[in-house]
Design a protein around this ligand. Structure first.
Ligand SMILES: Cc1ncc(COP(=O)(O)O)c(C=O)c1O
Length: 388
């Protein structure tokens, strides 16, 4: 062969059986070949094992899917390019014109927007309540035929806790699919509930280093099989390199999550005793309105702590400016601690009557714990309080 041809067709190195690498390799290939047309067709029809095109399936993303399903306590998963991608593709994959969705004011703003704007354009209606409104949830699921309920627990940013058993029991009776955005709770929590489909932003705790985005849906094999062609056709595929980074992050997931929860508890206790703070939103504190429910549903109360600053919005922004260790930045679950001040806080898309239900105060500040020492973070908060 001439050099040009040799360069395009390098030799393949096969790892011998019984000699696996300790870290799974990245299959950074869009295409996989079969020896014959008949073999290719057999793989495409599912008659034999194999891969063809990485938008549908790739060994590196598949490894991540299997790992995530195992951690969340379900049979299968699909990964994709971001948390919002997972939510959007799941909603569009499960719903059709004429369907009704039950959703909540406290839900992540882009999810609310997907339901209120994009799905509405395709003839999907919704009812929006507070996730703590047990009677309202019961009324809607009794009186309005509902295809799907989507919610979070704890909610972002004010850590409201959903009564998961109440929602799943009523939804099951009404024939509605339950979707729990479990991003804040983490992959290891709520697996023992009757939730049909978990969605996650892998951008946060799974990857854990703030350097890669990803999303996942996790559920029973049949439901995931129904969604897989939808995801393939929407095309928000996770790149194998991103999947590999997330897989690497997962090795330290629980250590990081536990450490960040411990810091969150210490910070929440400090804030609860501070005279400039009106209210602390953290389900691990005994005076959180749903602490007992959270303690029944969760093993860890989360890494996000929000609080309402007595002096209000402008002071909240000055407070964030004064912090040295907390970066003014989006997201959570990274090694660095982060702050979202009132000036950057949603939900501006909501009408006044729904905004009033959201639990947000003009002085609400959200803190997301990193991996720094809790004493240093508390000292930083202490010095920032002196500036407002
Ligand atoms: C609860 C929740 N769901 C979904 C997302 C979206 O994830 P991504 O940024 O990976 O699209 C976020 C991001 O902050 C979130 O907080």
């Amino acid at each position: 062969m001439k050099l040009k041809t040799t360069l395009v067709h390098p030799p393949q190195v096969q790892v011998p059986p019984g000699n696996p690498p300790l870290v799974a390799p990245i299959h950074q290939s869009v295409k996989f070949e079969h020896d014959t047309v008949a073999g290719t067709l057999a793989a495409l029809r599912g008659e034999k094992e194999g891969y063809f095109y990485s938008r549908s399936r790739n060994p590196t993303t598949q490894l991540l899917e299997q790992t995530l399903a195992g951690v969340q306590g379900r049979e299968d998963a699909i990964v994709c390019a971001s948390g919002v991608g997972a939510i959007a593709q799941a909603l569009f994959g499960l719903l059709k014109a004429g369907d009704h969705v039950l959703c909540f004011v406290e839900t992540y703003a882009p999810t609310r927007s997907l339901i209120r704007r994009q799905l509405a354009r395709f003839g999907v209606s919704h009812t929006m309540l507070s996730v703590e409104d047990n009677a309202g949830i019961e009324r809607v699921l009794r009186d309005t035929p509902t295809a799907l309920v989507i919610f979070e627990s704890p909610t972002n940013p004010v850590n409201r806790i959903a009564d998961i058993a109440h929602i799943t029991r009523l939804a099951r009776a009404a024939g509605a699919v339950t979707v729990l955005d479990n991003t804040l709770a983490g992959l290891h929590q709520h697996g023992d509930t009757d939730i049909d489909l978990f969605v996650h932003s892998l951008t946060k705790y799974a990857s854990g280093h703030g350097d890669v985005m990803g999303g996942a849906v996790i559920g029973a094999r049949a439901l995931i099989a129904r969604l897989r062609p939808e995801f393939t056709h929407f095309g928000g595929t996770l790149d194998p390199h991103a999947a590999w980074l997330i897989q690497r992050g997962l090795k330290t997931y629980l250590l990081r999550y536990e450490a960040q929860c411990q810091t969150a508890f210490e910070v929440a206790r400090f804030l609860a005793g501070h005279p400039k703070v009106v209210r602390v939103h953290y389900a691990g504190l005994p005076d959180h309105p749903r602490h007992a429910l959270a303690a029944r549903q969760m093993t860890h109360f989360g890494t996000v702590v929000s609080f309402d600053l007595r002096a209000g919005r402008a002071a909240g922004d000055r407070f964030a400016d004064a912090l040295k260790l907390f970066a003014i930045a989006a997201s959570m679950g990274s090694p660095e601690s982060l702050v979202i001040p009132p000036g950057l806080m949603g939900p501006y898309d909501l009408p006044a009557e729904l905004l009033a239900l959201s639990g947000l105060d003009p002085g609400t500040v959200r803190l997301s714990m990193g991996l720094e020492d809790a004493d240093d973070l508390i000292a930083d908060l202490e010095q920032a309080f002196t500036q407002v």
